[in-house]
Design a protein around this ligand. Structure first.
Ligand SMILES: *Cc1c(COP(=O)(O)O)cnc(C)c1O
Ligand SMILES: [Zn+2]
Length: 416
């Protein structure tokens, strides 16, 4: 039930039905592809009415339940692709350890290709099918690509993927097994991104990159829609939602979903956002205070999914953080490793960029950004299987023993 598309730069409005709205649109015709990113606006009264007739509570337990808030025709929804409605783990012991009222872990690793990115890719591929595209492309630090390859395989269309040659092997393996054409770019993610855009223009491929294709952000938004519904069972809207930031589309998308649910009256207040970046790869705090990006730094982080020096969607991320009275904290690789263990001890297997959000909560608690009586929901954005080397680093070594009971006894004594 789209009302219009609005350019985030100049405010120009496009009707989704008018002839001048590009079909495989992407950007504002006046502002161009670099600045003219569009945003979907919905007729929320019509959505409310529709939900009265067909209540959410009775629907499909996947993100397709939000049909009215997705930029897809009814006939394009793919209920057969099980994406979203991921569980929330109420980590009571962790809350006690951190001295917080409540800590909720939303386990996005349980999506089809084991990361949050499936939300965006599933909607993107469904849209590509709707507009008759048979070839799709993206640049990615890994997860967006594997989720695109996964859904392209489900849809039977061709996926072209640009990754930095340093992407973790398990992510590459997933890509290749899903049958994508993989370009391992001998350069940074930023260079891979640029090259992908050029190739899309040159070959006419459908561009899945979230930063410029607003359809994808609508997929990411579903996490915010879901949180709004699910937290009712856990004491209501938490004081904070913690998310790690790379390009910034994830945090912006989650915020859009929460804000729509607030406007629709599903939740009566909004949480604050805690954005988390890695030390050494942290342009967002600067962008938040200066309204522009800093010169790209040369630092790096083990959290490859947020190893982004030039965030493509920094403006949307900064807007979301401002609207949410949000804060940004930075975490070291050591703190990320500790958070992988911490998350694991409470039943959720996190990749480094996912654990970074929890590491950020620990930092925010220590520095009293998050106060002792407050509650927080942490988006665990990807599975620990995504980067098994880092998981091994975090987990340490097993107890190596001879095959007899005496050895078990000795090992038990030594390890307790
Ligand atoms: C992509 C990703 C992020 C960050 O999302 P952005 O939209 O780039 O800010 C965080 N965690 C994981 C696991 C990701 O794959
Ligand atoms: Zn514009």
């Amino acid at each position: 039930m789209i009302e219009k598309l609005v350019c985030v730069n100049c405010g120009a409005e496009y009707s989704p039905h008018s002839a001048d709205a590009p079909v495989v649109w992407m950007t504002c015709t006046t502002c161009g592809p670099a600045e003219g990113i569009l945003d979907f606006h919905y007729d929320l009264d019509a959505v409310s009415e529709s939900w009265l007739d067909s209540p959410l509570a009775k629907r499909e337990r996947s993100h397709w339940r939000y049909a009215e808030l997705l930029p897809l025709k009814e006939s394009s929804l793919r209920n057969d692709w099980q994406v979203g409605w991921t569980p929330i783990i109420d980590a009571e012991r962790l809350a006690m350890e951190l001295g917080l009222e409540r800590v909720l872990l939303k386990d996005e690793g349980r999506n089809p290709s084991a990361s949050f990115k499936d939300r965006a890719s599933s909607v993107g591929v469904a849209h590509a099918l709707e507009v008759g595209a048979n070839t799709i492309a993206c640049a990615s630090t890994g997860n967006a690509a594997t989720s695109l390859a996964c859904h392209s395989a489900l849809a039977g269309i061709e996926a072209n993927i640009f990754v930095p040659h340093t992407a973790p092997e398990p992510k590459l393996a997933q890509l290749l097994v899903f049958g994508a054409r993989v370009f391992a770019v001998e350069g940074s993610y930023d260079q891979a991104y640029q090259l992908c855009s050029e190739a899309c223009n040159h070959f006419g491929w459908y561009n899945r990159n979230c930063a410029i294709n607003p359809v994808l952000v609508e997929g990411k938004k579903t996490a915010g829609l879901e949180v709004a519904e699910q937290v009712a069972a856990y004491g209501g809207v938490p004081d904070w939602v913690a998310v790690s930031i790379g390009d910034g589309c994830t945090i912006a998308g989650i915020w859009k979903g929460l804000a729509e649910m607030h406007a629709l009256g599903v939740i009566d207040r909004l949480p604050r956002l805690l954005g988390v970046q890695a030390e050494g790869v942290a342009p967002i705090p600067y962008a938040l205070s200066h309204g522009k990006l800093p010169e790209p730094g040369s630092g790096s982080t083990m959290a490859d999914s947020i190893d982004v020096q030039v965030p493509r969607n920094w403006r949307k991320a900064v807007n979301a953080l401002s609207a949410a009275n949000g804060r940004v904290v930075c975490v070291s690789d050591e703190q990320i490793l500790a958070a992988i263990r911490l998350s694991g001890r409470h039943g959720v297997f996190a990749e480094p960029a996912a654990a970074a959000a929890l590491a950020g909560v620990v930092v925010a608690v220590d520095s009293r950004i998050i106060e002792p009586h407050e509650s927080v929901l942490v988006m665990i954005t990807g599975s620990g299987l995504k980067d098994i080397r880092s998981s091994i680093r975090a987990g340490g070594k097993p107890l190596s023993i001879k095959p007899d009971l005496a050895s078990v006894e000795m090992a038990v004594e030594n390890s307790s």
